[in-house]
Design a protein around this ligand. Sequence first.
Ligand SMILES: [Zn+2]
Length: 61
Amino acid sequence: MNWARRKNALQEEAPKALVAVWECESVDCLGWMRKKFSLNENPKCPLCETKMKSGERMLST
Ligand SMILES: [Zn+2]
């Protein structure tokens, strides 16, 4: 698949904070979820079922 690379659009209006997330380990997949919404210690990606790694993202809260 040929995913167009999107640059993160800077949205100045929304306040953002670093949020703990799970990120899909597959480089071809954009799957992620907020840790707050998952109680699973070893979650799988909802898109491709690859295991997920701990990470952080700047998200609007
Ligand atoms: Zn995935």
